[in-house]
Write a protein that binds this ligand. Structure first.
Ligand SMILES: [Mg+2]
Length: 118
């Protein structure tokens, strides 16, 4: 079973993503910010990370850089609410960029693709 780390400062998002992805058969762990994500990286050993961009303590862009230094191959999806970072050069270091939406169909299909499941 594939392991997914969800990183988002909003509890409702963490809850929704965890619930929906567990229903798909993934093992899901959550972190509230980039710093916590880095701590969990070595313990949880995810196969994929979903990173929110706007978070306190350490945002998703900084976390993306730091995770890439350790795990060059790990699939990372950047998520944000409005698509405002879509043009930002640093987001190119991620494997996918998703605009947050209550319907997780597109998000789930990107996950399957990045994990080589479809
Ligand atoms: Mg946020």
């Amino acid at each position: 079973m594939k392991r997914i780390l969800i990183v988002d400062d909003e509890e409702s998002i963490r809850f929704l993503y965890k619930e929906e992805l567990e229903e798909e058969g993934y093992i899901v762990e959550c972190a509230q910010n980039g710093e916590e994500a880095l701590e969990k990286l070595s313990i949880f050993k995810p196969d994929l990370i979903s990173l929110d961009i706007k978070m306190p303590v350490m945002d998703g862009i900084e976390a993306l850089k730091r995770i890439r230094e350790k795990e060059r191959q790990l699939p990372i999806i950047l998520c944000s609410a409005y698509g405002e970072y879509k043009q930002d050069l640093t987001t190119w270091a991620s494997d996918a960029y998703v605009v947050k939406c209550a319907d997780l169909t597109a998000f789930k299909s990107i996950i399957r693709k990045l994990l080589g499941l479809s």
